[in-house]
Design a binder for this molecule. Structure first.
Ligand code: ZN
Length: 138
């Protein structure tokens, strides 16, 4: 069995952002030379997510509205976590959107369903953060 590991770095200009990281994951897959196996992609931070969904800007806006209803950023004082920090909402948004995805690799390609794309969801950005890509197979 072969294995491959890479860290992708991101720094978003806004506190909350979505980045389609599918091209970077496909590049990792090409570099790995693995044709059959699994790829794990996870956020390496507890205030960001990796998830699979549609690359459609209206939907991303809808995520923002939905997450702000469930875990509004403000007022910061509503959260006990916000003693020295202001990012309690980001921890909760990450919990809702998930930590990682696993995608099957078949014949050297990401074996997606229709419209599936891999996204990095940032909820406390404007600083450098990492995403782990781990691929196993042969
Ligand atoms: Zn925190």
């Amino acid at each position: 069995m072969k294995s491959y590991r890479k860290e992708l770095w991101v720094e978003t200009p806004n506190r909350r952002d979505y980045i389609n990281i599918t091209p970077q994951v496909e590049q990792c897959l090409a570099s790995s030379g693995i044709r059959e196996g699994l790829v794990l992609v996870n956020a390496m931070h507890i205030t960001s997510s990796v998830f699979i969904n549609d690359d459609e800007s209206g939907l991303h806006h809808d995520f923002e509205v939905w997450l702000e209803k469930l875990a509004p950023e403000k007022p910061h004082s509503q959260y006990r976590h916000n003693g020295f920090e202001d990012n309690a909402d980001a921890h909760m948004k990450r919990q809702l959107m998930g930590r990682e995805v696993v995608v099957a690799i078949t014949e050297g390609r990401l074996d997606f369903g229709p419209w599936e794309q891999i996204f990095y969801g940032e909820y406390d950005g404007r600083r450098r953060k990492r995403i782990l890509v781990k691929i196993i197979g042969e």
